[in-house]
Design a binder for this molecule. Structure first.
Ligand code: MRU
Length: 353
């Protein structure tokens, strides 16, 4: 079924379950058009995740869960085993879309575990859909709590740099890093934001600048190459970014370029914070085993449709990089803020969970 543009709206709810369909903002069209697409087939959701119609770790976690919601509705199974087998097939397709963000696997696994507890086909269908909806609602609540926890680290009149988009558009709503910035403003402090452009596909200019402007923030855009300049010239007080996967040692995998921003922040004595829910923390995988997604060269050899490099040029296009814990001042979560030594403080957050 073709994607269908259904409405233009001003509210930024990135992904939603409505009338047995998945509705999401088509982020490939931003900032020029705010278009919502609707899907009734889990294959469309898988396609939306791989083509970045929806992106951002928490948003793809919930989208994956909604994809399984569609899969149970699509299934013609008449026994529990048949339905679980159809679900497993759908899980594999959804899981294969993007490798770096841990939230996708987390969301899918959570649904699979709930599905297995159902006795009948009807019961499994209900359980899967209600669990997926609950995960979406919880995502917003978690972001708000995380925002409050992080807001105490920011001062009145701070100018905060952020990289990529870890906002409402990377989550169900409100955002992780941008959630912290929102909560800081809600606590009565005046803040300004500097958003990095975030080449190659410009989540900073297309999404973060759009989202913050949409919500009335004072936001300026800088090219990624001006991070050092901005910090050296006193334009930035603090940095907050999101994360796609954090391992138990506190190594943070986030959008390509994050490592450079963190290194520059260290060089200039600027606090560098990461905001992410516990679902982004992966206690199982070792830092060297995290897969960095390599994306197509055309994202680098052009901007949008416009070609900006010679034909036939070789391209290296990693979508994420790793920031080591020694560059990180704190990891803000819904359970509190972890600080060095991270292995210890992260395990305390989970123990309190
Ligand atoms: O490739 P994307 O757009 O899915 O990138 C992921 C991200 O949105 C960022 O890395 C973000 O900073 C973390 S997700 C809240």
């Amino acid at each position: 079924m073709e994607n269908q543009a259904i409405k233009i709206d001003s509210s930024l709810r990135t992904v939603e379950w409505k009338d047995n369909k998945v509705i999401m903002i088509d982020q490939t069209k931003l900032p020029n058009e705010l278009i919502f697409v609707e899907y009734d087939d889990f294959n469309q959701v898988a396609d939306a995740i791989s083509t970045l119609v929806v992106r951002g770790a928490p948003a793809i976690g919930v989208s994956g869960a909604f994809g399984l919601g569609l899969a149970v509705l699509q299934s013609k199974a008449i026994t529990k085993d048949e339905l679980l087998s159809d679900l497993e097939d759908a899980r594999k397709i959804l899981f294969a879309t993007r490798p770096t963000a841990v939230n996708l696997g987390w969301g899918l696994e959570k649904i699979m575990n709930v599905a297995k507890t159902g006795e009948t086909v009807e019961q499994i269908k209900e359980l899967v859909i209600s669990q997926a909806k609950q995960m979406a609602d919880e995502d917003i609540e978690i972001n708000k709590t995380m925002g409050k926890n992080g807001s105490t680290l920011f001062d009145d009149n701070d100018t905060i740099m952020t990289h990529c988009n870890a906002g409402a558009l990377a989550t169900v709503a409100y955002g992780t890093a941008l959630g912290v910035i929102r909560a800081t403003r809600e606590s009565g402090k005046n803040v300004k934001v500097i958003a990095t452009e975030t080449r190659p596909i410009q989540q900073g200019s297309r999404l973060t600048a759009f989202e913050l402007k949409h919500d009335g923030f004072d936001v300026s855009l800088v090219p990624d190459t001006a991070v050092g300049y901005s910090m050296a010239n006193g334009l930035v007080n603090k940095v907050v970014v999101g994360a796609d996967r954090i391992v138990k040692t506190g190594h943070v995998f986030n959008k390509i370029g994050t490592y450079q921003v963190a290194t520059m922040a260290k060089q200039h004595g600027i606090p560098f914070y990461v905001a992410a829910p516990l679902s982004t923390i992966d206690l199982e995988t070792n830092v060297d085993d995290v897969i960095i997604e390599m994306r197509k060269g055309s994202e680098v050899t052009g901007i949008g449709e416009k070609k900006t490099a010679p034909d036939g040029i070789g391209v290296i296009n990693p979508a994420f990089d790793m920031t080591p814990p020694e560059l990180i001042s704190g990891i803000i979560t819904e359970k509190g803020v972890a600080t060095a030594p991270f292995e210890e403080s992260i395990s305390k957050l989970f123990a309190a969970n």
